[in-house]
Design a protein around this ligand. Structure first.
Ligand SMILES: C[S@@+](CC[C@H](N)C(=O)[O-])C[C@H]1O[C@@H](n2cnc3c(N)ncnc32)[C@H](O)[C@@H]1O
Length: 292
């Protein structure tokens, strides 16, 4: 990262603030929810080849589940086939866990049959703790960027799967504005983040002979406010897109100008009338572990 520029990861509160702004403006959760409604059943639930006894629980692991919106949706879908679920959540940010717990409580009726097991840990800390439990379904939704060694983490997660289980990893696509931005400004990479994409994830699996299926999602969200110098929301959104704390105030004026221009260019965005729509293409990578 350029000197003076600080990654969002050095300030978890600021990370959450800018992430919330992005999530609200991008309708992130409703879009993921829509995927959960339409594709998740066929792509994931139907693919779990597990037969459970009467009182046996489906074992689920959420990696970097955040405030849980997507996980809760997936759990409600899983419940239709598996009435008892043990949901282990590995999430390092305490404020996110607090929100997830509140959400789970407010949706208690929908989550009847689910018991939650919260771990305030990074996935590396969880691995180091050495728990040998295996899972029937593991998900990492936009959290694989933060795990350190992505290749290694993918193998660890695959190893945690029961035969017949399913691993779901959602990341940005290699044709997304996110990926193109990172490639264009490599110095914005922080040692705490490994910006990866679905092709790299797929490559990591295929090199080890592990087949996967990719579900491509074309999605855009409006970033017009980023170009309004007076907009506080726009500045927060720029910070989330670049993963830099207060980019406008800390970057040299020329660099800031280049960033804004690149975000608005057709590498990252497209115009619709006066609106600028960011290319938010993402992919779901689904891995099914063969039954022994
Ligand atoms: C972009 S958010 C995604 C949250 C949620 N899965 C969603 O899609 O809304 C990334 C999440 O990964 C968590 N995270 C960061 N580093 C992590 C790590 N090393 N291991 C596991 N989770 C991590 C963050 O705290 C954050 O909640």
């Amino acid at each position: 990262m350029e000197s003076k520029l600080r990654s969002l990861f050095h300030d978890p509160e600021y990370y959450t603030k800018s992430f919330d702004c992005f999530a609200a403006l991008s309708a992130k959760f409703s879009e993921l929810a829509n995927w959960g409604e339409t594709v998740f059943g066929e792509a994931v639930v139907d693919k779990i080849k597990i037969t459970l006894g009467d009182n046996e629980e489906l074992r689920v692991l959420g990696v970097g589940s955040g405030s849980g919106e997507m996980d809760v949706q997936m759990l409600t879908k899983l419940l239709r086939r598996f009435p008892l679920i043990n949901n282990r959540v590995v999430e390092p940010a305490m404020d996110q866990l607090v929100k997830y717990k509140a959400l789970a409580q407010s949706k208690a009726n929908d989550l009847h049959g689910v018991t939650c097991d919260w771990r305030q840990q990074t996935i590396a800390q969880y691995e180091k703790a050495g728990d040998s439990k295996k899972f029937h379904f593991i998900s990492s939704i936009h959290s694989i960027y933060y795990v350190g060694d992505v290749d290694r983490c993918m193998m660890y997660l695959y190893d945690r799967l029961e035969p017949g289980g399913v691993l779901l990893v959602i990341t940005y696509s290699d044709d997304s504005g996110w990926w193109r931005f990172r490639n264009h400004f490599p110095s914005f990479q922080d040692s705490l983040v490994t910006f990866t994409n679905s092709s790299l994830i797929r490559g990591s699996l295929e090199r080890r002979g592990i087949p996967c299926t990719l579900y491509h999602q074309r999605s855009r969200f409006e970033i017009t406010q980023c170009f309004d110098e007076a907009s506080e929301e726009g500045a927060l959104l720029v910070d989330f897109l670049t993963h830099v704390i207060k980019l406008k105030e800390t970057a040299p004026a020329q660099l800031y100008k280049e960033v804004i221009e690149y975000l608005g260019s057709d590498h990252c965005s497209e115009k619709s009338g006066d609106d600028v729509l960011f290319n938010n293409y993402w992919d779901a990578v689904v891995v099914c572990k063969p039954v022994d």
